[in-house]
Design a protein around this ligand. Structure first.
Ligand code: SAH
Length: 354
């Protein structure tokens, strides 16, 4: 039994079943025992691999799209170049390298990383040594000014609540405990008033909501509407909420989300419709597009060929596999989606038009 397992058992014994959101928050960000606060989970030696860890091409192309958006908005100076949930700092490193040749971009930027985990902040410091970086631990602390921001696989680890349809309305699916093990239980309060619009779904259907994701998107899109900038969010998910997607990943394999609490990554599919609706209240949003389509539009094939010309043998094979992994519909190309947010009077970032 992990220390966090014991802490949560005691909490449930005292106050009864807890929401999936409370469980996720503790499992991922508990100050002493949380998964992100205590481990470096990303990469081959970790539990999961993300797009920037697969190939430098991902960060290069996203970086150039952000730089184009900066040029399109009249090259505001100074501006914030930001990432939220930067993991090992690889994506920001690739963005910085790719944008070196954009005139005045580096001279005008303040690099800001928003990262809740001190352990990962330390990893980012190493990856980006030599770069002047400001770390913030939440979006609430973002200073005024134009903000060009990326988030990759960030919204998927924000806490969700789950609701299950019964014959007459909705009940929250919560987490209780028995014989020292966690299990799902239905809550006793019905939030029917919240979900009357989804009466179309059959009995047993599950929907998920992320108040945290919507609150963060609200803050970021307001900021962009007020000060200018662009936000590109990439994640796995879809338009709307589609049943139970709460999952754990440990050692690159799916595992039971109620086991290994604090020692496995917990995520849920991102509801881009909910994020888009939140952003639309303040700013302009793009259509949600598959990651593969976005990267093709940004020129990944030409970039892949350019890099391939310098490679041979195993390195070349790995490079070709990485290109396929990022873009192919059977790999990350379709499951992962992208959404961009800009002020009403600004063009969408490169790759998002149409
Ligand atoms: N973007 C990176 C890492 C994704 S993992 C990549 O593509 O490789 C999720 C990241 O979000 C981790 O860095 C984690 O510590 C951070 N994180 C999780 N919850 C957060 C929160 N509420 N606020 C800020 N950062 C958070």
């Amino acid at each position: 039994m992990t220390p966090l397992h014991e802490i949560l058992l005691r909490q449930i014994a005292r106050v009864g079943p807890i929401s999936v959101a409370d469980f996720m928050t503790q499992a991922l960000l508990h100050p002493d025992h949380g998964y992100y606060t205590t481990t470096t989970p990303i990469g081959r030696g970790g539990d999961f691999v993300t797009a920037p860890e697969i190939s430098q091409m991902f960060g290069e192309l996203i970086g150039l799209s952000l730089a184009q958006a900066w040029l399109d908005q009249g090259s505001p100076a100074p501006f914030h170049l930001c990432e939220i949930g930067p993991g090992k700092g690889t994506l920001m490193g690739d963005i910085l390298r790719a944008t070196k040749s954009v005139p005045n971009f580096h001279a005008a930027m303040n690099v800001i990383l928003i990262e809740a985990s001190p352990t990962l902040q330390a990893v980012q410091k190493q990856t980006l040594s030599g770069v002047a970086v400001t770390w913030l631990d939440s979006v609430a602390a973002m200073p005024d000014g134009p903000m060009f921001m990326v988030a990759n696989e960030f919204f998927d680890c924000l806490p969700i609540r789950q609701f299950r349809r019964n014959d007459t309305g909705w009940q929250e699916q919560m987490i209780g405990a028995e014989n020292d093990a966690f299990h799902f239980v239905l809550g006793t309060q019905s939030p029917a008033d919240l979900f009357h619009t989804r009466a179309d779904l059959p009995t047993g259907a599950i929907i998920e909501t992320s108040a945290a994701g919507n609150a963060i998107m609200d803050t970021l899109s307001r900021h962009i509407a007020n000060f200018g900038g662009a936000f590109i969010a990439l994640d796995y998910g879809d338009w709307g909420t589609h049943g139970d997607t709460f999952q754990a990943i440990k050692n690159h394999e799916k595992s039971d989300p109620l086991l290994y609490v604090g020692c496995a990554d917990l995520t849920a599919h991102v509801d881009f419709h909910a994020l888009g609706e939140t952003a639309k209240a303040h700013a302009k949003i793009s259509q949600m597009i598959p990651q593969g389509v976005l990267l093709e539009r940004l020129g990944i094939t030409a970039r892949a060929q350019q890099l391939a010309a310098k490679l041979s043998g195993e390195a070349l094979e790995n490079h070709i596999a990485a290109h396929k992994r990022l873009t192919h519909p059977s790999e990350m190309g379709t499951l992962f989606k992208a959404l961009a947010v800009v002020p009403h009077n600004a063009p969408l970032p490169a790759g998002f038009e149409g």
